[in-house]
Design a protein around this ligand. Structure first.
Ligand code: CAA
Length: 388
């Protein structure tokens, strides 16, 4: 098969439905998210009323089937919405991304009917939000090294351990927790569980004081003899690592779209600023030094968008998308970091202060090279797919 054969099946024009999603998410971002974005970043707080509105507008369960309370949309719709929302507020988009890709998607694909009725429906409608708990103090990139244990105690499991850097750590009500049941079996002994907040022994720990995506809450979660009923295990015994990896494949498309949005947001601000700001008697957009920056920023963003759309399309077509998702995340996150740094440079001193937004985009961009698999892990995933 020719290396780029999948592109030939791509429809580059957005459908009416996709344009409608783009407009709705752009309106929400401009009207609801933009006004308080600097304050939320400063105060490290996300307004629960905004999460409620995101739920009402259908942004929290976009790919969930309507019978479970979701929007029944495709992955392309989701990435389009992620881009628009990330242009303005990457804290909002990570809350959205974790709920859509890492929590709802996994439950819809691998949960049983009872789990879907009980947990997926409230998550998809946004009446509650979820968290995905894989990372640990000693299990970040090396995700199989889980120290959290879930010991089989008959009709329930006993969960013990600590999870780190958990997005929606405090604001979530439902957590998907990855833990070892049979450490001697390596990754084949790992399980995934649905754990409700408020269960005895489940404590929300330290809130992280982060460089970027500051309005989204990131916490350590601790589990001490937490009883989790057998019905809350997802899939067969030992399916947990596959569950996590499979869920992350899709999650990486969401984060790639977030990176694309951060880059696009910073670019749009730079384009506007360059036409308004004058130096040496003319707008800086008329200086070749700035034109070259704008040209390269736009080109890299277009290339990132193609990779993100391609990964989304492959997923929607039921084709293998592991490599495409990793490539999209690897490339789009680098573009986000580079474009936002150039955006600050174009803005000069103004770019270094919060009022002009681009410094926030630059801080927010960095995490896209780290979470849901670092850039180094994406390269490893791509190489394994190329060499298999
Ligand atoms: N998709 C599906 N299955 C996969 C997979 C993938 N991408 N990667 C591995 N697997 C499967 C393998 O096929 C293998 O299964 P079999 O035994 O049946 O063959 C099994 O998983 C184990 O795979 P490996 O032997 O390759 O495992 P490894 O330990 O060598 O490496 C890894 C795996 C790819 C490095 C993996 O650990 C990884 O992806 N690490 C990064 C973890 C990560 O992304 N963390 C993000 C945290 S979540 C987060 O950030 C959320 C947030 O808050 C925003």
């Amino acid at each position: 098969m020719p290396y780029n054969s999948v592109l030939s099946g791509m429809d580059f024009d957005l459908s009416e439905e996709h344009v409608a999603v783009q407009e709705a998410s752009r309106d929400f971002a401009q009207n609801d998210l933009l006004p308080g974005v600097i304050t939320r970043d400063n105060e490290q707080k996300f307004d629960p009323a905004l999460i409620k509105k995101m739920g009402e507008l259908g942004f929290l369960g976009m790919m969930v089937k309507p019978e479970y309370g979701g929007g029944g949309m495709d992955t392309l719709s989701y990435v389009i919405a992620m881009e628009e929302i990330s242009k303005v507020d990457a804290s909002a988009s990570v809350i959205m991304s974790v709920n859509n890709s890492l929590v709802c998607w996994g439950l819809q694909i691998y949960g049983n009917e009872d789990q879907k009725q009980k947990y997926l429906v409230p998550l998809a409608t946004g009446s509650v939000i979820g968290a995905f708990c894989l990372s640990e103090p000693e299990a970040g990139s090396d995700a199989t090294s889980q120290h959290t244990t879930a010991i089989d105690a008959g009709d329930h499991y006993l969960l013990n351990g600590t999870k780190n850097w958990i997005t929606n750590g405090n604001s979530s009500s439902i957590c998907l927790v990855i833990a070892h049941t049979h450490p001697e079996k390596g990754h084949k002994g790992i399980n995934a569980f649905i754990v409700e907040k408020g269960t005895e022994g489940f404590v929300v720990g330290k809130k992280e004081d982060k460089m970027g995506i500051r309005a989204s809450d990131t916490h350590t979660l601790m589990f001490t003899d937490v009883k989790v009923s057998r019905e809350n295990r997802i899939g067969d015994d030992g399916f947990g690592f596959k569950f996590a990896m499979s869920t992350l494949n899709g999650g990486r498309i969401g984060i790639a779209a977030q990176a694309l949005g951060i880059a696009s947001g910073a670019f749009e601000l730079s384009l506007k600023y360059a036409q308004e700001r004058k130096t040496f008697g003319k707008p800086i957009s008329e200086h070749q030094a700035i034109q070259f920056k704008l040209s390269e920023m736009a080109t890299r963003i277009e290339a990132a968008r193609l990779l993100v759309y391609k990964a989304a399309r492959l997923k929607d077509q039921g084709k293998d998308y592991i490599k495409a998702a990793a490539m999209a995340k690897l490339y789009a996150s680098d573009v986000a970091m580079w474009v936002t740094t150039e955006a600050v440079q174009i803005h000069g001193g103004y770019g270094y202060v919060k009022e002009y937004h681009v410094e926030r985009h630059m801080r927010d961009a960095k995490i896209t090279q780290i979470y849901e698999g670092t850039s180094e892990i994406q390269k490893l995933v791509i190489a394994r797919e190329l060499l298999k």
